[in-house]
Design a protein around this ligand. Sequence first.
Ligand SMILES: Cc1cc2nc3c(=O)[nH]c(=O)nc-3n(C[C@H](O)[C@H](O)[C@H](O)COP(=O)(O)O)c2cc1C
Length: 358
Amino acid sequence: MAKLFESISIRGKTSRNRIWIAPMCQYSCEHQDGVPGQWHLVHLGSRALGGAGLVMCEATAVHPDGRISLWDTGIWNDDQAAAWVEVTNFIRQAGSLSAIQLAHAGRKASIYRSWSGEGAMGLSVGGWEPVSATSEAFPGYNTPKELTTAEVYDSIDDWVQAAKRSVAAGFDVLEIHAAHGYLVHQFLSPITNNRTDEFGGSVANRAKYLVDIVSGIRAAVGEDVPLLVRFSATDYRADGFTLEQCAEVAKLCEAAGADLFDISSGGIVLGVQIPTGPGYQVPLAKEMADEVSSPVATVGQITDAKQAEEILQSTNIDVIMIGRASLRDPYWPLRAAHELGVEVDYWPNQYSRGKYPS
Ligand SMILES: Cc1cc2nc3c(=O)[nH]c(=O)nc-3n(C[C@H](O)[C@H](O)[C@H](O)COP(=O)(O)O)c2cc1C
């Protein structure tokens, strides 16, 4: 049996296979209120019907200031949580686990979605002043306000409240977005964190914002909810966040109640060379998996069933996340099963006449 189609359980939640849909922003809350709508239901629901073990909803803001754009989804209020229920119900009925990626964009907030404008959305046209670990702007973006120490503690509570709302909305799994140059990463990286309070300085201090979020969420949601963390395991700069630091932070997160690490890279600065290509982030995930005792997921230009299976066979990586390939083909997992010669029992009954001929 292909490893890709072995189940995996975390804290009693079982994913029917190791193919998880990566979080992908849709910028589709047309009322700019963070409330998911029909687009989200159909988009996410299709990928659950397509056979994924877990469907991860897009970066969803824990505070209105944490939206990348005005069209992002949110989970900072109860109206948003109520609207997510339809999505989590559908994903469950289709046999997938539902996950939400909790997010705060920090200094990378307040931009246009690509089809509504370009670059930063200024304050005079509906944008806002972002907040960050630093007062230094991301190139071309609005200048952020550096959070005071007291505001950092308030922000940690935003994540905890958002996590509670997510569980109430029916999500099986939570992920903290600590990657891609967004707020948590802005605390982790020495490039963007030169704070002198308890949230800056040593690796442990720079990790404190994240570790406090992890332990706060764990205490709030109890022992039955899997909690994942997405990291950028390198800034691709010698003076940045490194794989070694990332492993140290992951271990602190494990001790605080995190269960799986989802390994990505980059995003904190421009102008670095990212060595893209098929499976380009697999070596980072492999090294992280050697360092931590928790399971690890890999993502990035994994497009083919045999490629995905080979990664699981040849490394200690536990889960494959599929992003863009699943935008081309929502039924990627069902096709992968066919290509690997695996009989799965989760073709939707309505689609059984469309099964691949044997
Ligand atoms: C349209 C789109 C939206 C994305 N939004 C998010 C997001 O909300 N959160 C996140 O962590 N990564 C996001 N990503 C990155 C993906 O999760 C994934 O890591 C990346 O696309 C590489 O995987 P792939 O080559 O399989 O697409 C996004 C990527 C795309 C293409």
